[in-house]
Design a protein around this ligand. Sequence first.
Ligand code: ADP
Ligand code: ZN
Length: 615
Amino acid sequence: MGGLNAVVSESSGGDRALDLLQTVFGYPSFRGHQAEIVRHIAHGGDALVLMPTGGGKSLCYQIPALLRDGVGVVISPLIALMQDQVDALAEVGVRAAFLNSTQTYEEAARIERRVRSGDLDLVYVAPERLMTPRCLDLLAASKIALFAIDEAHCVSQWGHDFRPEYIKLSVLHERFPTVPRIALTATADHQTRTEIAHRLQLDDALHFVSSFDRPNIRYQIVEKANGRKQLLDFIEGEHAGDAGIVYCLSRKKVEETAAFLNDSGIAALPYHAGMDFATRTANQARFLREESIVMVATIAFGMGIDKPDVRFVAHLDLPKSIEGYYQETGRAGRDGTPANAWMAYGLQDVVQQRRMIDESEADETFKRVLGVKLDAMLGLCETLSCRRVRLLEYFGQPATPCGNCDTCLTPPVSFDGTVPMQKLLSAIYRVDQRFGALHVIDVLRGVDSDKIKQWRHDQLSTFGIGAERTEAEWRAILRQAIALGLVTVDHEAYNALKLTDAARPVLRGGQQVQLRQYQKPVKQKRPSSSKPKGYVESDLSDAEQVVFDRLRWWRVETARKHNVPAYVIFHDATMREIAKARPGSLNDLRGVTGVGEKKLETYGEEIIALIEAMR
Ligand code: ADP
Ligand code: ZN
């Protein structure tokens, strides 16, 4: 193989990076900061790249690796995905391989020889592998084009994906001071960014921070009643036949939810770290290769999943932080067409997450960080304004209401909740802060339960003062009281509700409280035809649709033959363009987005013949 550089130097002068983008990857132009980043790295600079999931980080190191002498070393924690990444590169004619623990000694030795002899453009290495003396010696004996540190937020000890091996990556700078380094992540908060720069000794690196907005994703957070049933309604109503990911907190819930969806006629697979490796890997492979699998998973699943046509991400449990939520939801709609991020959230979630923090073995400082992160997440759930504005502002990016989230589409009703909040707080106070949510709400509503009688709580002045509201409404108010920090749940005392110092001014009447009106869950309907900002619809005519469908069949067969996911052959967007243009010659096909020289060579004739046969 090889010869990519030859292709480029033949073309008339000009920008070599752009030539590579067009001839190898088949894309007409760079996106966002890509061009600047590529130029900077190609000239030997260091960079820290923050781009949302689906933003196009890979090209930022792949093209400089092709431009510079030697092999580009990509450090990635995602062993399970290395094969797919290498396959996708082979499809466009880039010489790539990986080194990780799944290989035999002989296989690894063969790849190592290729690294040493300069026969590879890119090599993917797991961080623990890289740190071995054997691997460092190999690199010292080879010509290195660059180091790309993918998922760089794994270096952050405060983060949710911390990997101790990442800390040691600063050794690269010490041992290979002249090799440019590029660290990439989709986690954007300021603290993580500073930590990455510091720990990886990227002192002179340029920071490239992209817009974090994902305009094609519609955010929805609904009141949880019966979560599973609501999930089913959501999938049946809006995503029949689509690929999606459902996140649950526990392994048990993953298994149960997957079984429930299967019983309901939806092809679902479980994924969590407690499953044996073979089953887990097989499930992931099916999700990637087949078109309409729903993956039910813990957060162990998804990092680096670059399946472009995931149409929805659903959360059945509250994520721990906005970073986690944004990264997980970011796996939807990487192809830029409409996708949904849906979550069901209720009082129990708040209680559970707070308990997990209290019971964790972390030290007090760390617990405080976790608490602040959870508060921000709760703020997002309870917000009265645009979800996207909240999200982007969290990442330090100013924004205006988006028109493509639930609070924009159906603005929540807010009301002066001072009086009901006072009722709730005094009910908690009157039962000596020794009872949990159920009991307190029974007192408010004046319910004659055995427990009420036993404790003679029907004698209290607060008994029945909230009879005008349903239990669900009171739960919503209590949830907001917790989110606002007026009430805490004491896990060491049977989940008793306790007042905080912040509750005092509200109780005394010195402080107003604005609350979000409880909204009864409704069955999800197909979304109206309103199109999100920035989304271009496919608008295929009937005749074009026929060609597109034929191309899809061809893609399924071809992907099976090559044993790669379908999108590695061509993206939907590329096939849509082909269906519209119906190219009559290889030259016509060359202009289509996503068709580079290698793919033209491999598939061009077949596609032209297929279209010819349909004329
Ligand atoms: P991430 O930032 O999540 O790693 P990827 O590098 O996987 O994103 O890119 C996301 C998708 O966008 C991929 O399918 C990629 O081929 C496509 N892409 C990236 N850059 C461009 C570009 N300049 N023009 C067209 N498509 C692009
Ligand atoms: Zn909005």
